[in-house]
Each structure stands twice: as C-alpha cells, then as structure tokens.
Design a protein around this ligand. Structure first.
Ligand code: MG
Length: 341
C-alpha cells in the first residue's frame, strides 16, 4: 500500500494497469477525480462506470449493473478493475473483480479515511442483502492500494471523524506508540499530518491480516467494537453510519470489559474522551432498544457455535476474544450506554 500526497495523477507509475481499465466510482467521487484519473491512465483505455452513492446501493443490483457495463464493452480477462472512492465502492468493485469472468485484477484507491484505514486492506469484498450487511462476498486481494491523502481535504468533517473511529480501534489493538500519539492528537488534524497517521494506522491492520488472511484467529480482533456497531447500524436501519456506530461500539466494548473486570475502570473514560475530541458519539441513541440490539447481535455472522462472541480489552495493545459473555452483562452495558441514561 502506498500512502502519500498527489498520487492519483500518477497512477500509471504507481500501479500495474496493463490493458483496459474499468474505473468504478460513485456519483460523488466521479466529478471530483474521474477526469484526473482517466487522463492519467489514457482515456482510450478507460471504461468509467459510475454507481449511485451510499451504503443503500451496496447491493447485488448495483453489482449486476457493473457486470452489464463490462460485458457490453466486451472487456476481457486482461481488464483491471480500478476502484476510486470510499468503502462501498471498494467492496463492490472488489467483488466484481473477484467474480467477473471468474476473476480479474483489482486496484483500489481509497478516497475516504475510513476506506484508507479499513476497507482497502484485508481483501474483504462484497455486498449487503436484506438479511444483513456483507453476507455475500469474496476475499479478493488488490494488486495495489494507492491512498492519496490529498483526497481527505474534500471530505466533510463528519466523514473524517467516521474514519477516526477505525483509527482509534487500531490504536486500541496496537497500544504503544499509536495509542500514545492519539492521546495528544490535535483535532482537526493539520493536512500535512494525515499521511503519517494513515500509514501507521493501516500498518496495524496489515500486520494482523498478514498473520491471519482468512479470519481463523487473530484477525477476529479487528472486530473490536463491531458486534455492537453492526447491531446499532442494523437496528437504526443504517441511519447511524458505520463510523459513528463503531465509535459507540468501542465505548460499549470498553464498558463491557470494565464491567467484567478485564480492564482498568478508567479505560472507558479515556476512550470516550478521545472519541469525543474527534467529534464522535459515545452513547447509543435512546430510540434503539437494548432488546432489539441483542436480537440483531444474535444474527451477526461473527457468532460461533450459537454463542455471542465479543472482543474485549485488558489494556490498549491487549485485546482478546471472549466466546461466552453472559447475556445479562451485555444487556446491562447496552442499558447504561443508552443516551437516555
Ligand atoms: Mg469497520
């Protein structure tokens, strides 16, 4: 993965793009970077495919539209699928790359902080279905990931905050230098500091994923806060976006850890202060009832053997998987983390 400034205009030097390129962007990103990227690669080699923006369109229907465009243009197996955009575009374009003509090359250029530090690493691709998020998909490793941090300048502040939820998660998993650095992070972060922060945060995920590419062990730790987050997203019918949901989920995971006696009682407060500084929420909206959230967790695909699993914390740098958390403890955490309290 390459992290730096001004990279999108230099794509052909930085990524292998041998023949035809199917450039997949959403309707927000296409007007910002479509021309720059197509120009850099050479317009005659590029088929631009624009998809509607937003998680609601991360569906098999949108994937089907992309297949149709590629098939109509008779793109062959030498084609590279190039995603430029956020996590939704990365996940869908990657899934298309994994399945089009049984698989073609995939290059991804994340343009949101969330996609840079999360979606673009690890090779998970796929779509949502009415039964839940990311239930249909494939592991597909991109041949190159190019993160141009200049694109962060056009992101709304809320999107930057959303990405920070995953950066903070990585800080909690890694501990050490990254966690210490986050403790004294100015917000908003000056433009020239994004490159280093993204590179450090992404390294945490790369290390974990390299050890466990198919999520049989350690990689499950990357789900810190995510059992809560996915339930919050699902019960809110995705009105709460992934980043804020992860922020709430991290706060919940810390409280659950403290409640079960695994971590120091001040850790939840430390985490909440950092989340708040980055303009992220720490409490679950009161209109999302604990019982509905518990039910949603029961259908989360990360459960094993019919029991709820949670990633819990001892200290920053020491997360672990707990396979048998008492339901009553989870209920208590959810009730105490509800905004109404
Ligand atoms: Mg995530």
């Amino acid at each position: 993965m390459l992290v730096g400034r001004g990279l999108l205009g230099r794509l052909p030097e930085l990524a292998p793009l041998p023949c035809h390129v199917a450039l997949v962007m959403d309707e927000n990103v296409a007007p910002l970077y479509g021309a720059l990227v197509a120009e850099a690669i050479g317009r005659e080699r590029v088929l631009a495919v624009t998809v509607p923006a937003g998680e609601a369109h991360k569906t098999l229907e949108t994937v089907r539209d992309i297949y149709d465009k590629l098939l109509d243009a008779r793109l062959d197996r030498q084609t590279t699928i190039l995603a430029v955009g956020g996590g939704v575009v990365n996940d869908m374009a990657g899934f298309v790359a994994a399945t089009y003509l049984r698989g073609v090359a995939f290059v991804t250029c994340p343009t949101t902080l969330l996609a840079m530090v999360d979606a673009s690493v690890g090779g998970k691709t796929g779509v949502d279905v009415p039964q839940g998020k990311n239930l249909i998909g494939a592991f597909m490793q991109p041949t190159a990931v190019i993160a141009d941090v200049d694109t962060l300048a056009t992101l709304p502040p809320a999107e930057l905050s959303a990405g920070m939820a995953e950066v903070i998660k990585h800080g909690l998993l890694a501990g050490g230098v990254l966690w210490a650095e986050l403790g004294r992070l100015p917000w908003p972060l000056p433009a020239e500091r994004w490159g280093d922060l993204v590179a450090t945060a992404v390294q945490v995920k790369r290390d974990v994923v390299q050890e466990d590419p198919f999520e049989r062990g350690r990689r499950a730790l990357l789900n810190l806060g995510h059992t809560f987050a996915h339930a919050i997203e699902q019960v809110s019918q995705y009105a709460v976006a992934h980043g804020p949901a992860v922020a709430m989920g991290l706060a919940c995971a810390a409280h659950l850890s403290a409640q079960l006696g695994h971590c120091a009682p001040n850790l939840p407060t430390d985490i909440e202060q950092l989340l708040t500084r980055c303009q992220l929420p720490t409490r679950i909206p009161a209109h999302l009832p604990a019982e509905a959230l518990l039910a949603a967790m029961g259908s989360d695909k990360k459960k094993a053997d019919g029991r709820l699993r949670f990633v819990l914390l001892r200290t920053p740098g020491e997360a672990f998987l707990e396979g048998d958390v008492p339901l009553a403890a989870v209920r208590e955490t959810l009730n105490s983390m509800s905004k109404a309290q």
